[in-house]
Design a protein around this ligand. Structure first.
Ligand code: 7PM
Length: 282
């Protein structure tokens, strides 16, 4: 039985899949490059995702897309901390901070975040120690290489075994640091140092990662491999992303990280009808 606890919410095996809504606080998408516009936009997006039925929110100030440039720590703090502070006082649901930097994570937790989502899987000792002492929930993700270089030439002899072994080691490290299993979610890191074929193998054998003793979280939303699968390289990726979230849930994912919360929640409602959550015999 896998449970994921983070201040105020419990994810239990057998319950419906949980929806993590993605909130990016990156001013580069704004024509005037303004930070306060980015903050207002992020807060508005977060509130919309909550009204659409998100169970938790993932707030990130550094793009981890392949080839993305690193954001200085002060800039990342200036992006995410005010957004988390504003949301934590307004919302009851847990907020996760998508960061690899201990300074950002510390201030985010002080501002009310409940979960650290580290695409490096707490490889950095200071971040591991902070996560342990804070009592926060954690996401331990697999990545080969760094966002700057990871898609250049990803290589594995056996991608499923190597990702599983790596995640098992990360879980052992977290346990040794004092983070109990019920605070850990593992994530195979779709798109992080993986070819199209690597991604498909990880998804085909997703059950493998549900046997590590903790909750399985998967993020496929709007990622490049979906466009290739769907036969649509550009344009709306919602249908592909929703189909992928359903398939990941069927294979054991308990949390899906998505942009399109409304569509995903609607699909899960139908899905839940079929799975019988919410009804019992007699
Ligand atoms: C390629 C890689 C394209 C990553 C886009 C992204 C994940 C994450 C991101 C994930 C966890 C995006 C990203 N993806 N954190 N952060 N799992 N735990 O779609 O799959 O926003 S960044």
């Amino acid at each position: 039985m896998c449970i994921w606890r983070a201040r105020g919410i419990t994810f239990a095996d057998g319950s419906r899949p949980r929806v993590m809504g993605i909130v990016n606080v990156t001013p580069d998408s704004f024509s005037d490059g303004g930070r306060s516009l980015a903050l207002d936009d992020a807060i508005a997006t977060a509130e919309r995702l909550v009204s659409e039925g998100a169970d938790l929110l993932d707030i990130g100030g550094e793009s981890s897309r392949p080839g993305a440039v690193e954001v200085p720590v002060e800039e990342e703090i200036a992006r995410v901390v005010p957004v988390i502070r504003a949301l934590a006082s307004r919302l009851a649901l847990p907020i996760s901070v998508d960061t690899t930097k201990p300074e950002v994570a510390r201030l985010a937790l002080e501002a009310g975040a409940a979960i650290i989502n580290d695409i490096r899987g707490l490889d950095e000792p200071d971040l591991l120690a902070l996560a342990a002492e804070s009592g926060a929930g954690v996401v331990l993700m697999h990545m080969q290489g760094t966002p700057q270089t990871m898609q250049v030439a990803p290589h594995y002899d056996d991608v499923v075994r190597e990702v599983r072994d790596n995640l098992a080691r990360k879980v052992e490290r977290a346990l040794a640091a004092g983070i109990s299993l019920d605070r850990i979610a593992v994530d195979p890191g779709i798109g992080f140092g993986k070819s199209f074929e690597h991604n498909l193998l990880l998804l085909k054998y997703l059950e493998t990662f549900a046997t590590l003793g903790c909750v399985l979280l998967v993020g496929t939303s709007r990622k490049g491999f979906l466009g290739k699968l769907a036969g649509r390289r550009t344009g709306d990726q919602t249908i592909a992303s929703v189909a992928s979230a359903l398939a990941a849930s069927a294979a054991g994912a308990r949390v899906v990280r998505v942009h399109d919360v409304a569509a995903t929640v609607e699909a899960f409602r139908v899905w839940e009808g079929h799975r019988g959550w919410g009804v019992s015999p007699s």
